[in-house]
Design a protein around this ligand. Structure first.
Ligand SMILES: Nc1ncnc2c1ncn2[C@@H]1O[C@H](COP(=O)(O)OP(=O)(O)O)[C@@H](O)[C@H]1O
Ligand SMILES: O=P([O-])([O-])O[C@@H]1[C@@H](O)[C@H](O)[C@@H](O)[C@H](O)[C@@H]1O
Length: 379
């Protein structure tokens, strides 16, 4: 499949061509993450059981900072810019992700969600929480985006803040754009309860042929319309503890999950998307990159709020990527087409990541023993 995020006029084409030349094969693969940070209030049985930093941008930057290929010229940090908005009431300015990627300050309040968790154990696919947007910060406008080219973009709104014209601007600025369906199809009733609309009925639909990947949860997938959308871009449907499936024009694949003890499902989809993008940046095919998506999705549900990754676990993941990938960073994201199929390294990569996932569960047990492990999933 050809890269969908192609320029649509000669001027754009010239600039995109330049990006391809200047960033080919290594550092300088700068990313653009667009979506606001928010306040999450986690409620169970009518009781507040957690108040955490939220917003897909927080979970996404956490994973990209931890695992995407680093740039020696930037002191070993991962090169990406976050465009997020918050109000003066934002309480997590010093948390790692917002501190490294500061948001734009607005007069309106910080977006805030109440997540109501069910008292009974969630099944793999049933919605395990009801979300209500109780406050909404300003939208992110096209003019809020930096006026320069990026290798890739992640549209990760949670409250309708990524406007259609902002997504269009991202598509013009970035060679490949990955979108979280929740940025496109959420609708809010008078009380802020989150519902969904059909993607085809939104102004975003016409942009899909220029988007590379759309990720949706099983709950969102019917609104995305997998069969129609896969003809325009690759669709990834996440299936909670069952892993995920990819659908492209002409093929599909199932990607196995990693074991996790879920204590908070918040941010699983966001962390999945960032893990997936990280895999592409390391040069993996889409189906192989989805293993990294599943890995970081599992890591997200193992902790309350934005997870802290154990250094030993991260070291193991990086060693695996160094060893198993071509070390030609992101030929896919930076080239003109994507490879979707499983490579012959897929099973080895899965087995190696499974070992790294063991370190994750060891950390979880140690946290629990030290009384540090929160859990909002158990009564
Ligand atoms: N209980 C779990 N155990 C292992 N992995 C999980 C679990 N829940 C989620 N994940 C991982 O996170 C990804 C996203 O989770 P999912 O619940 O489908 O998304 P969302 O948070 O958007 O509802 C899944 O595809 C899977 O890889
Ligand atoms: O759990 P997930 O679907 O990946 O993503 C979540 C959003 O759906 C939610 O609106 C937001 O408040 C959370 O912080 C998180 O970003």
């Amino acid at each position: 499949m050809l890269l969908a995020a192609e320029p649509d006029d000669a001027h754009e084409e010239g600039e995109n061509q330049q990006l391809l030349i200047t960033t080919k094969g290594g550092p300088g693969l700068e990313g653009l993450v667009v979506g606001s940070y928010c306040h999450d209030v986690l409620i169970r049985g009518g009781r507040v059981v957690g108040e955490t930093l939220g917003g897909a941008a927080a979970f996404v930057s956490n994973v990209l900072d931890a695992a995407s290929p680093q740039d020696a010229a930037l002191n070993g940090t991962a090169p990406f810019v976050v465009v997020a908005k918050v109000g003066h009431d934002f309480v997590y300015a010093s948390a790692p992700a917002p501190a490294r990627h500061p948001p734009l300050l607005c007069a309106s309040p910080t977006t805030s969600f109440h997540a109501q968790f069910s008292e009974t154990a969630a099944s793999a696919h049933a919605p395990d929480r009801e979300l209500r947007r109780v406050r909404a910060c300003d939208p992110i406008y096209p003019a809020d985006l930096p006026d320069r080219r990026f290798a890739y973009g992640l549209a990760v709104g949670v409250a309708g803040e990524v406007l259609p014209e902002t997504l269009e601007r991202m598509i013009r600025l970035c060679r490949a754009v990955l979108v979280d369906a929740q940025a496109l199809i959420r609708a809010f009733d008078g009380d802020g309860a989150v519902g969904h609309v059909a993607l085809d009925d939104t102004p975003y639909a016409r942009l899909l042929p220029r988007v590379a990947f759309v990720k949706a949860s099983s709950e969102e997938a019917p609104y995305v319309g997998v069969e129609t959308t896969r003809q325009r871009c690759c669709v990834i449907v996440t299936e909670g503890r069952d892993g995920c499936r990819l659908y492209w024009d002409g093929g599909e694949a199932r990607v196995a999950p990693f074991p996790a003890v879920q204590v908070d499902p918040t941010g699983a989809g966001d962390s999945f998307l960032a893990g997936f993008a990280t895999g592409l940046l390391w040069g993996l095919s889409a189906t192989d990159a989805a293993l990294l998506g599943n890995f970081f999705g599992a890591a997200a549900v193992s902790q309350v709020g934005v997870p802290t990754f154990h250094p030993k676990m991260l070291q193991a993941v990086k060693e695996i990527l160094e060893e198993k990938t071509t070390k030609r960073y992101s030929p896919c994201i930076n080239g003109t087409s994507f490879t979707f199929e499983k490579s012959n390294l897929h099973n080895e990569l899965h087995a190696a990541l499974q070992e790294a996932a063991m370190l994750m569960s060891e950390q979880q047990q140690a946290d629990k023993a030290n009384g540090n492990g929160g859990d909002i999933c158990s009564p």
